[in-house]
Design a protein around this ligand. Sequence first.
Ligand code: ATP
Length: 235
Amino acid sequence: MLKINDINVYYGNIHALKGVSLDIKQGEIVTLIGANGAGKSTLLKTISGLLKPKTGEILLEGEHLAGKVPQLVVKRGISQVPEGRRVFANMSVEENLELGAYLRKDKKGIREDFEKVFQLFPRLQERRKQLSGTLSGGEQQMLAMGRALMARPRLLLLDEPSMGLAPLLVKTIFRIIEEINQTGTTILLVEQNANMALSIADRAYVIETGKIVAAGTSEELSQSDQIRAAYLGGH
Ligand code: ATP
C-alpha cells in the first residue's frame, strides 16, 4: 500500500533520515520503534507532507507522494494523529471532529463517521459540547484520533498515542487502535512503548539516529536479544 524508498530528510544541515526504506501492506499494523530523537516523528511528518525529502520516493499504491502538500496526502487517504494530540483547545469536541472532515463533501458519510467515532469513543459523545482544552490527556488523545478518523483514512499514522497516559488508559487506547484496524484501516504506529506496540503490530521497524537498523515480524523482534536489551527493558 505504502512504499518508502531510500528517503533522505534534512533540517538545515542536520541529516534526520538517512536512506530510510519501509513498506506497509494493506490491512497491517506496522510499528516504528526508536528512542528520543531517532527520527520517528520526522518520518511521519514526511509521509504526511509536512516535510519534503531531499531524495527518495514515497509511493501510495503506486502514486508518488513525496513533496506533495498535506491536503493532497489527506485526500489520498492518509491522516496523521500528531504527537502531543494538538486539539484546538478553544473549540468543542464536535467542532474539532468537524474539522477532521474539512476536505470532504459527502454529508451523509460525514454523519455516519461521527456515529462511528462516538461508538469507538463514547467519552467523546458525552462531552461533545465541552471545550477541548478542558478534556483530560486521555480524552484529548481520543479526540485527536477521532478527528483523524473523520477524514476516513485508509492509512492512519499515529505518533506516540500512549505518551503521558496512565497504564490502564494506554491499554484502552491500544485496544481501540486494534478495533480501528479491524474495520479495515491500515496503521503505522510510532511508539516508545515498544512492548505495547509489538503486542498489537504485525511487523515492526527499529530506527536509530535516522537509520532503520532492524525489521521483521513483531514476534521476531520481540525474541531478538538485542532488541530486548535496548527497547524492551531486557525482559
Ligand atoms: P521523540 O520520540 O523524542 O519525539 P523522534 O524519534 O520523533 O523523537 P524526531 O522528532 O523525528 O525524533 O527528530 C529527529 C532528529 O531531528 C533529532 O535529532 C531532532 O533534534 C532533529 N529535529 C527535529 N525537528 C527539528 C527541527 N525542526 N529543526 C532541526 N532539527 C530537528
